[in-house]
Design a protein around this ligand. Structure first.
Ligand code: ADP
Ligand code: ZN
Length: 210
């Protein structure tokens, strides 16, 4: 199954992607994580992306399209994949189509803006492997440490309140039109984000079976 997870920054796409990934045994491809990894290892692409990311803006289409087209060619994607954070613009969706990639379903996790801002302040991410946590909703077993690799949990620069507002504006302007794009193709499934992660996951799994 080839899936796309849509939703505002902080809506919980990443968490749902992880659940589906375990359930269906297919990889999650997160453009955000790939860019952060490139940044950490100081590649040219990472440096180019940094200024956009820190300002809460989208990285240029050609950069992320390049990343995705390379990543989807890898062996582990041949039996299906979950795209978390791609596409985020209409040209990115068109690029997927022109690569000949057939998407089966698009799951859109909906959370109102007011809730997003509050949630994002509690978000933490593993500095080492990129797994995300939340101080209220997805608490690590040991405070400040990653369950998966023991890495240190940090707050992302772009999760600071001012940047969050910019990212929400980018989402409404550039990413939300994708709902219409995929609805026309009959692929859009809307999941209302719930207070409890497990409740959202139950709705996500229902959408997968629909
Ligand atoms: P979130 O989903 O919470 O916004 P991500 O980790 O997916 O977090 O993305 C963080 C940042 O990485 C974005 O704000 C943007 O700058 C950049 N980015 C990730 N994916 C894309 C994409 N498909 N197109 C453009 N920029 C992207
Ligand atoms: Zn980790």
């Amino acid at each position: 199954m080839n899936l796309i997870l849509l939703g505002a920054p902080g809506a919980g796409k990443g968490t749902q992607a992880e659940m589906i990934s375990k359930h269906l045994n297919i990889p999650t491809i997160s453009t955000g994580n790939i860019i952060r990894a490139a940044l950490k290892s100081g590649t040219e692409m990472g440096l180019k992306a940094k200024s956009y990311m820190d300002a809460g803006q989208l990285v240029p289409d050609e950069v992320v399209i390049g990343i995705i087209s390379e990543r989807l060619k890898e062996e582990d994607c041949q039996n299906g994949f979950i795209l978390d954070g791609f596409p985020r613009t209409i040209p990115q969706a068109e690029a997927l189509d022109s690569m000949g990639i057939v998407i089966d379903k698009v799951i859109d996790i909906e959370v109102p803006d007011e809730k997003i801002a509050a949630r994002m302040s509690g978000r933490r991410v593993c500095e080492n492997c990129g797994t995300s946590y939340h101080l209220l909703y997805k608490i690590p077993r040991e405070e400040g440490k990653c369950n998966e690799c023991g890495g240190t949990l940090v707050q992302r620069k772009d999760d600071h309140p001012d940047t969050v507002l910019k990212r929400l504006t980018e989402y409404h302007n550039q990413t939300e039109p994708l709902k219409g794009y995929y609805e026309k193709q009959g692929k859009l499934f809307i999941v209302e984000g719930q207070e409890e992660v497990a409740d959202t996951t139950a709705l996500t799994f229902k959408a997968l079976e629909a």
